[in-house]
Structures are given as C-alpha cells and as structure tokens.
Design a protein around this ligand. Structure first.
Ligand SMILES: [Zn+2]
Length: 204
C-alpha cells in the first residue's frame, strides 16, 4: 500500500503537470497508474483521453485486477490498461508511467532493428534502482507498436524471462517509453533518468 487515494491522485496530477511542462506527454499522450492496495488489488489509473498537463481528481479510475472499474461510471480507463495491469502484477512494481517524448520516439526508431539499446557509461545510470556504478549497463528493449495491447502486454511479459530483460523500462517503436518503480517517486525518477539518457544519446 502506497498511500491514500487522495494523496496518490494529487501526486499523479503533479507528475502530469511536470511531465507536460517538459514536453513528454503533449496532446493527451501518455498514461499513469499507481497501486492503491494489494488485498484486494486496486489500481489508480488515468482515464482515457485526458490531458496529462491538466489532470484533476475526476480524471482517474480505480480498477480491480481484471481491469474493471470498481465504481461504474462513464469514463473508460486508458487504452493501454493491459500493460499497467501486467507490470503492476510483477513483484516490487507499485507505479507505472508512460510518456511520448521526442527523444524516446527518435531512439525507438533508430534502434528498433537491434531490438533495443544499451545504456552504459553514464553517471545518470545510478538513478536506476539496483544500479550502483556507471559501468553497469541497462538494456532497454524496443517492441513494435500495435493497437492490440493485450498481445503487446504478453510479449513484454515474455521479455522478462529473456536473456536481456527490461531493467525498469522499455520503448515502443515510434510511440514512447514505459517505466516503473516500487512507488510513484521511483517510477518518476526512472522516467527522468531515461529521458535524460535518451536525449544525450540522441544529441550525440
Ligand atoms: Zn502511448
């Protein structure tokens, strides 16, 4: 359990405003979620089509483990809910943030032929959970973009058992970045570190 509904909602609204100001979630792009509880499982997630720079408490839904809203209403959860459900079912994942930045999009295209990219040698890598030296390398897989999110979620789930699993994020080709953490603060720090590193590599 990370915190109360009101507190998490306020924090997610603040993340949205911050990420929008930095150009990572323009024009209703992106979606955010945070685990409210495990028994029973409850996920707070942005409703579909909301502007992430101007989020308000009414722009969120609480879902059960099947992705169904706990309280029926007119809003639909994010179209990419299956990815949030799969990731937050993994041990130690309490929040998932998804952005559509310029550099994530550029790199997702540039490295798609290699199936992903290595991040290595940069001091900023120490912002990632479990990375203690800049000499440690982090693999960022790239998946093809699709509207079939349940199939993509299954593909990402399989990648965790692959020889080069995602560390705390992955890219979707010509689309954007998913990153996660044990809580919202860590997921947000991971997004910032990825975005910094993507821009460094992109500009280089
Ligand atoms: Zn997206």
């Amino acid at each position: 359990m990370q915190g109360c509904l009101g507190e998490l909602t306020r924090e997610l609204c603040a993340v949205g405003a911050d990420f929008h100001r930095r150009g990572w979630v323009l024009a209703t792009a992106g979606n955010f979620s945070a685990v409210l509880g495990r028994q029973p499982y409850r996920l707070l997630i942005t409703a579909s089509g909301r502007h992430k720079g101007r989020l308000a408490p009414g722009d969120f839904l609480t879902l059960d483990e099947h992705g169904r809203p706990v309280e029926p209403g007119p809003d639909r959860p994010s179209a990419e809910t299956a990815l949030h459900l799969m990731l937050t079912a993994r041990p130690g994942v309490g929040a998932v943030l998804h952005t559509h930045s310029v550099w994530a999009t550029v790199l997702s295209e540039r490295f798609s032929g290699e199936g992903g990219l290595w991040l290595g040698g940069y001091e900023m890598l120490k912002a990632f959970d479990g990375v203690t030296t800049h000499e440690q390398r982090v693999w960022v897989p790239i998946f093809d973009n699709t509207q079939d999110i349940p199939t993509l979620a299954a593909e990402v789930a399989r990648a965790f058992a692959a020889p080069r699993p995602p560390h705390c994020g992955f890219l979707i080709r010509q689309h954007g970045l998913y990153a996660w953490g044990r809580d919202l603060a860590e997921a947000s720090r991971h997004i910032e570190a990825f975005e910094f590193l993507f821009e460094v590599i992109g500009r280089r």
